[in-house]
Write a protein that binds this ligand. Structure first.
Ligand code: SF4
Length: 408
């Protein structure tokens, strides 16, 4: 895979060595078992795959090069470049201005933009409406475009479905930048609808089977269907794509459910004319991170620490997988570990931070699963590991344990 030139402060001294070692030993990622760093009284289990993905490194490289090469220009980002607070803050401190928040609300009026300003499109891509707005101002929306190629792949799949007269069902979060961009690109190719989860897919199934009315459809899916969507006409041929960072098992459940409904309605012999049997459009990083998390969860651990931005979709799905099995603490930085006794962590259900006391159990040997999302720099994971390590006495040093592993 392509190597990107990203600032050294995002790289790490601990995690990078582990990743290099594992990539050398297992370049095809066949072994999904985590690696154990055994310091004596504390052990960390580190997954086979986590941290910065292709799309994030690509976006970071473009953003920092743009800053370096254009010292005299005003540089804007459409919204957060990736869902990591540290990365966005660093860009902000270097003078990059953010035009919108993650929900698409303007932070700066469009009228303030001038034709010689630079606007960077984030890794999630953007909508056709915003591209057009930029073009009208005279700004080329493609010149500093960091849209991830895996997101563009979803747009291509949607366009293919639309061309074959299938309605495009997007499994995603309707408020997420990527899904807003995908919806905008897909609706020019065919009727499009966003479905958040299996519950919504089941509601849609009732509409397809005539058990819920057209009016029910419009009110339940308000704001999530394309203009002119007619559930009586537009749900006869459907295909599913998804936001690249959804939970793979959930997408599969949704596709399976909708497929069985179309089979019930139209019969097995006619299924292929009514349901496009496509593979999910998750990106490789989401897939690898989720698979590595399943591998990680087989380890005998006491708790999990997941590091990443609280609005990061792929990170919250890793949290979801971990918390089904373990006490899980979702933190955005090492600062959230207040002391050996106390951690401030994000609850993905209440969408708020909570402080938990005594999060590290008192026992002779504590085992901790440590991972991060696709937009989290490895250097932040290093800081978390070092901080927790510093709470323990009579531990082996980090260098000693790394040397032992690399010697294996
Ligand atoms: S998570 Fe996937 S789609 Fe998103 S930027 Fe990374 S590689 Fe691209």
């Amino acid at each position: 895979m392509k190597k990107f030139d990203i600032p050294a402060f995002y790289r790490s001294t601990i995690i990078s060595r582990i990743k290099q070692f594992r990539n050398l030993k297992d370049p095809r990622k066949k072994d999904l078992k985590p690696i154990a760093l055994d310091f004596g009284p504390v052990r960390f289990f580190i997954p086979r795959h986590f941290g910065f993905c292709y799309g994030v490194e690509n976006a970071i490289e473009i953003a920092y090069k743009t800053l370096e090469n254009n010292p005299d220009k005003r540089i804007f980002l459409l919204s957060e470049m990736i869902h990591n607070p540290g990365v966005n803050e660093d860009l902000f401190n270097r003078g990059v201005k953010f035009l919108m928040d993650t929900s698409g609300n303007n932070l700066i009026d469009w009228n303030e933009l001038k034709r010689d300003d630079i606007v960077i499109i984030p890794a999630f891509g953007t909508t056709l409406e915003i591209q057009q707005k930029l073009n009208q101002i005279g700004i080329n929306a493609y010149q500093f475009n960091t849209t991830c190629p895996f997101v563009e792949k979803v747009w291509n799949r949607s366009s293919q479905l639309g061309t074959e007269d299938f309605t495009i069902i997007i499994h995603g979060k309707h408020y997420h930048e990527e899904t807003r961009a995908t919806f905008s690109h897909s609706k020019i190719h065919g009727p499009s609808l966003i479905v958040r989860n299996l519950e919504e897919a089941k509601y849609l199934a009732d509409v397809i089977l005539g058990e819920k009315s057209k009016e029910n459809f419009y009110s339940y899916f308000d704001g999530k269907y394309s203009e002119g969507f007619d559930p009586e006409k537009d749900l006869q041929k459907i295909g599913v794509v998804n936001q690249t960072t959804m939970l793979a098992t959930e997408t599969q459940e949704i596709a399976d459910h909708l497929k069985s409904v179309m089979q019930k309605k139209y019969g097995m012999q006619n299924l292929s004319s009514h349901f496009a049997d496509t593979k999910d459009t998750l990106c490789y990083a989401t897939y690898d991170n989720q698979e590595a998390t399943y591998g990680l969860l087989e380890s005998p651990v006491d708790l999990a620490i997941v590091v990443g931005g609280y609005n990061s979709s792929n990170t919250s799905h890793i949290v979801e997988l971990c918390e089904a099995k373990l006490p899980t603490y979702f933190i955005s930085s090492a600062d959230k570990i207040i002391s050996v006794n106390s951690i401030k962590h994000f609850n993905i259900h209440s969408k708020s931070e909570h402080v938990t006391k005594n999060f590290i159990p008192r026992k002779d040997m504590v085992s901790i699963l440590l991972t991060s999302g696709a937009s989290c720099p490895d250097s932040v994971v290093d800081q978390v590991l070092s901080k927790v390590h510093s709470f323990f006495e009579k531990v082996k040093s980090i260098e000693e344990v790394l040397n032992e592993i690399v010697k294996d």
